[in-house]
Design a protein around this ligand. Structure first.
Ligand SMILES: [Zn+2]
Length: 434
């Protein structure tokens, strides 16, 4: 067999930077054989300037929103951003069957709008075709930029045909929402239809998850956690869940007092939430008790997460947590980034996501790393690469197949070039070699 031999200025294994002059050896298909010193690697070693790393793991995306690239204005803040997204996801334009939710099952408003589709005036078939085309192009973009696996939020089964081609590993997070308690069983039933559609094609790689603390009622949280536990028991593993967490301070205010900027969102959606008086606690503390301790929960965004939220994180009753950062989406929506020092000090593992093309200019994990290093210059490239590779793989529960250059694994090989020493620059680029 002719092996492939890769050498770079810096070889990142997924966990750490290998010794200088190390050579990665794979089969022609990319199955890792070894990492050896150049002196014993023999001939035919190919040198790539910059970093070499395993394929990247995107822990948070919404592939089905890819057709919204460049549509929504930047810097509006979360409430206006959400109102815009929901206005563009009108259920009356949805194709029955392909989009299983009906009757306004969608936004946090019970009678409100959110199923995808959107003020395009197109017939449902044309709209579905456009979503499919945009999702395929977005997937292609992710693959070219070195992403090999993706945790993808799904409100519909629109992306199923693209994913069924099997070019990338997906964990599908079927997202549900509904802030009025009485609507919880109907919301869950609607999400179960989407879940079953994915489960038929990708058994064991799907979860029903909560959208966000401000859009899910206690009754629905319980149904979600219990569905996860039941499914986890069936598959012999802890269930993988995720939620948008503390994307804005208004979320904490809403939980503490029942008031604040989110009331504008409910008003725009025609939903009366006057029954909710707040819990007197911040949002994260309010919702964590709904989850089971053997569950894994990826908290996405964490822009308004503070030391107060992290005080009791050592409790064994909590699910195991991951913080997922999507900095470019944060800058797009609100111009604010999370308190990275605080999150790092918490000891909770960090991972990376791109969020969707509705709130990002590209689905490029390296672009997320560049933004983080630019705003937090103390961050070393190796730390970012770890979050993007082995860290993300562990969060998605696929660490035995991707994320590391470990013998027998086929994690993909990515070259990161155009650097300043080992540091990323504005025009640094990631390219999938294998
Ligand atoms: Zn998101």
């Amino acid at each position: 067999m002719t092996y492939r031999k890769f050498k770079a200025d810096y070889l990142f294994t997924g966990e750490e930077t290998a010794e200088p002059d190390s050579v990665l050896i794979t089969t022609p298909e990319g199955i890792v054989q070894d990492i050896v010193p150049a002196a014993v690697a023999g001939s035919d070693v190919v040198y790539y300037p910059g970093w070499l790393a395993p394929g990247f793991i995107n822990c948070h995306c919404h592939l089905e929103l890819s057709h919204m690239r460049g549509v929504l204005p930047e810097g509006t803040g979360l409430v206006d951003f959400l109102a815009s997204v929901m206005r563009r996801r009108k259920p009356d334009e949805r194709k029955p069957g392909a989009r299983p939710r009906e009757g306004g099952a969608g936004g946090p408003a019970e009678g409100g709008a959110s199923g995808p589709a959107g003020g395009t005036g197109m017939a449902p078939d044309v709209h579905a075709e456009m979503i499919g085309r945009a999702a395929a192009a977005a997937e292609e973009e992710m693959l070219a930029g070195g992403i090999v696996a993706c945790g993808d939020i799904c409100n519909t089964a629109d992306t199923l045909p693209v994913k069924a081609a099997g070019r990338m590993h997906y964990h599908n997070f079927i997202e549900t929402m509904g802030f009025v308690e009485a609507g919880a069983p109907a919301r869950m039933a609607a999400s179960k239809v989407v879940f079953d559609a994915f489960e038929t094609v990708f058994p064991g790689r799907n979860s029903i998850v909560a959208h966000a603390p401000y859009s899910v009622s206690p009754a629905l949280f319980k149904l979600i956690a219990d569905h996860g536990a039941e499914y986890g028991a069936h598959h012999g593993a802890a269930q993988l869940l995720t939620i948008h967490n503390q994307e804005t301070e208004a979320e904490n205010e809403f939980y503490l007092t029942g008031k604040g900027d989110f009331l504008r969102l409910y008003e725009a959606l025609g939903l009366d939430v006057s029954f909710f008086k707040g819990t007197g606690k911040r949002s994260l503390e309010s919702i964590l008790p709904f989850f089971h301790q053997d569950q894994r929960l990826i908290l996405v965004h964490n822009v308004a997460t503070t030391a107060e939220d992290l005080a009791d994180m050592g409790s064994p009753k909590l699910p195991s947590l991951y913080f997922c950062l999507c900095p470019n989406a944060n800058l797009y929506i609100s111009g604010r980034l999370p308190d990275l020092d605080l999150l790092q000090r918490s000891g909770i593992p960090l991972v990376l996501g791109t969020d969707s093309l509705a709130s990002n200019h590209q689905l490029d994990l390296l672009a997320e790393m560049k933004t983080l290093q630019q705003h937090f210059p103390q961050l070393e490239t190796a730390t970012l690469l770890k979050w993007a590779t082995a860290g993300g793989a562990k969060a998605l529960g696929i660490e035995t197949t991707v994320g590391r250059f470990a013998k027998g694994m086929r994690p993909g090989v990515v070259s990161v070039s155009h650097l300043d020493g080992e540091r990323l620059m504005k025009d640094s680029r990631a390219r999938r070699l294998l």
